[in-house]
Design a protein around this ligand. Structure first.
Ligand SMILES: Cc1ncc(COP(=O)(O)O)c(C=O)c1O
Length: 250
């Protein structure tokens, strides 16, 4: 089971942990949208995956980190992320004639991090709380304006301890694309997080009616950290205008 802390909102990991234990299923936490490393509790999953991609909570360009509480889990991740080799570059150069020199024991990928992105990630983690507060201010500005609009709904329950990554609203499905176009016309780019998995050609459904309906209603507003209050107002007016022009009604 993969528990995704989507948009910064904590997944119900305690309940999932119980369920997985009862059925002997491993639990993996996807912390790309919420870095729990600095919080008061370690992950409850057998593994937790973090992303340092440029648009995530702790950006460092690219790269990531895997935390594991499973015996031998870290070793296995190291091997799989290093072409299936059992020794790393330092060991290869330090241990002359190592019997395992450069042999792949299984199919792995080359997903090693590097010192430069690690240094950037550490910097991001040092500033995580400040970055979260900055984004929380943008979200609270948006929340107030969206609450007063009758065509848009902010669907995510705000719980203490949540962090904020993507600002998503729900609009009527039949008007969503027109609203996006209207906003683009005002110079405001939007996105959709996320299209239902069942619409990906390799996983074609349909078999998840709720996800498929939501996928037609969702709209993500810009919420990057450099967005000034007047730019946030511009986003909100573009949203209000585009909703009105589309004739959308809830
Ligand atoms: C929820 C979630 N998990 C995982 C990832 C993958 O992260 P990365 O691009 O660092 O592999 C992403 C984003 O790309 C994501 O949004």
């Amino acid at each position: 089971v993969v528990a995704v802390h989507l948009f910064g909102q904590r997944a119900p990991t305690a309940r999932l942990r119980e369920l997985c234990d009862r059925h002997g299923i491993p639990l993996i936490e996807d912390c790309a949208h919420r870095v729990d490393l600095l919080d008061d509790r370690p992950p409850l999953g057998d593994m937790a995956c973090y992303s340092f991609n440029a648009v995530k909570e702790a950006p460092a360009g690219e790269g990531g980190l895997v935390w594991s509480s499973v015996a031998g889990g870290d070793e296995r991740v190291r091997i799989l992320s290093n072409l299936g080799l059992t020794i790393d570059t330092v060991q290869r150069t330090q241990v002359l004639n190592h019997r395992d020199y450069g042999f792949s024991h299984e199919i792995g990928l080359k997903l090693r991090g590097n010192d430069l992105s690690a240094a950037l990630a550490l910097l991001s983690l040092d500033h995580l709380h400040a970055l979260r507060e900055q984004r929380a201010r943008i979200f609270s500005h948006y929340d107030q304006a969206v609450a007063a609009m009758n065509t848009c709904v902010q669907p995510i329950e705000r719980n203490t301890g949540d962090s904020f990554l993507m600002y998503v609203v729900r609009v009527p499905a039949e008007s969503r694309d027109a609203i996006r176009e209207g906003m683009a016309h005002c110079g405001v780019a939007t996105s959709v997080h996320y299209p239902s998995l069942t619409r990906h050609p390799r996983l074609r459904g349909p078999c998840c009616p709720v996800a498929e309906r939501l996928d037609r209603e969702l709209l993500t507003l810009p919420s990057f950290l450099a967005l000034t209050p007047s730019e946030q107002d511009r986003v909100l007016s573009a949203l209000a205008e585009a909703c009105q022009a589309s004739g959308a009604e809830r």
